[in-house]
Design a protein. Structure first.
Length: 152
């Protein structure tokens, strides 16, 4: 099997970033207005605000992604994490999450938060494995029923 590489997002990755995220959002939920905007313009909504995006590549083909949205000087939000459906179960999400956590530590962040839904059981198990713990829900997302936090 070709080695997986985790790389920083480039503008040319936008179509893959949008496709990967739309596929999983539409499979399990529905697209919210903010999803359309963020997926079409991640440079404006994630990168320009001090965030970062990672892409997982297999033989130079995008198979996963995760974005880190800067919330404040101490906090980043894991957002827009998706893995190609036929590639799930191969620890691609875990490798993306670990790269994201390492990046947040390098930025001197104090915590990472995320909003998810408990019906995404494999994702919740991954987040727990990485040390995220459930905290009171306060998010802006209609489809979220759980908030988790990792103190760095």
């Amino acid at each position: 099997m070709t080695a997986l590489s985790i790389v920083s997002y480039r503008a040319s990755d936008q179509p893959a970033f949008e496709r990967l995220n739309r596929e999983w959002i539409e499979r399990y939920f529905w697209m919210e207005p903010i999803d359309y905007e963020v997926l079409r313009h991640p440079d404006k909504h994630i990168l320009a605000a001090g965030g970062h995006i990672f892409m997982a590549l297999l033989a130079d083909a995008p198979v996963g992604t995760v974005a880190l949205k800067k919330v404040d000087t101490d906090t980043y939000e894991f957002t827009k994490m998706a893995v190609e459906e036929d590639m799930r179960g191969q620890k691609i999400g875990e490798q993306l999450a670990l790269a994201a956590i390492d990046w947040c530590r390098a930025q001197k962040a104090k915590q990472v938060i995320l909003y998810s839904n408990t019906k995404l059981e494999p994702a919740i198990r991954l987040y727990q494995k990485l040390g995220l713990e459930e905290v009171p829900l306060d998010g802006p997302y209609q489809r979220s029923d759980i908030k988790m936090k990792l103190i760095l």
